[in-house]
Design a protein around this ligand. Structure first.
Ligand code: TYD
Length: 136
């Protein structure tokens, strides 16, 4: 199965004349407890983020503002998803290589993560990642 498309979740959103309020409750709306939140902002035109996979970490990515593309690769299949709706979240399981590109000016990528930051959880080398996926 292609990684990504099936992992787009609709974030509960309350809309009234004052605008939208979207909310996520750990363990209810997403299948992990959020231990860390970070966000990418001020990404210059043409810059790419990501370029790694995680051994254990699960994440939810949200285009809180603007849009960007997420290329997902599980070692077998590749898929590109454009995030542009703050009411949608892209769930990325562990062992999925991701690249983020084509950020619009002012775009903000909000990330909910299942673990604290741990450099040892990263695959930063694509060949090492591929070897690990073949051993699974
Ligand atoms: P990285 O995960 O490579 O960013 P991206 O995937 O967006 O390109 O992280 C960039 C740098 O920031 C790297 O030195 C690790 C550091 N970092 C933290 O210290 N804490 C964090 O929670 C994250 C996500 C990164």
């Amino acid at each position: 199965m292609l990684p990504g498309t099936q992992d787009l979740i609709q974030i509960r959103t309350i809309n009234d004349v004052r605008g939208n309020l979207s909310f996520i409750e750990s363990g209810q709306d997403i299948p992990f407890k959020t231990e860390r939140i970070y966000y990418l902002h001020g990404v210059p035109q043409g810059a790419e983020r990501g370029g790694h996979a995680h051994k254990q970490l699960k994440q939810l990515l949200i285009a809180a503002s603007g849009s960007f593309d997420v290329v997902l690769d599980d070692g077998k299949n590749k898929n590109t998803i454009t995030l542009s709706d703050p009411r949608q979240g892209l769930l990325i399981e562990s062992m999925v290589w991701r690249e983020l590109k084509n950020f619009t000016e002012g775009a903000v990528c909000l990330v909910l993560a299942s673990e604290h930051y741990d450099e040892a959880d990263y695959f930063r080398n694509y060949d090492d990642f591929l070897i690990a996926t073949q051993q699974q």
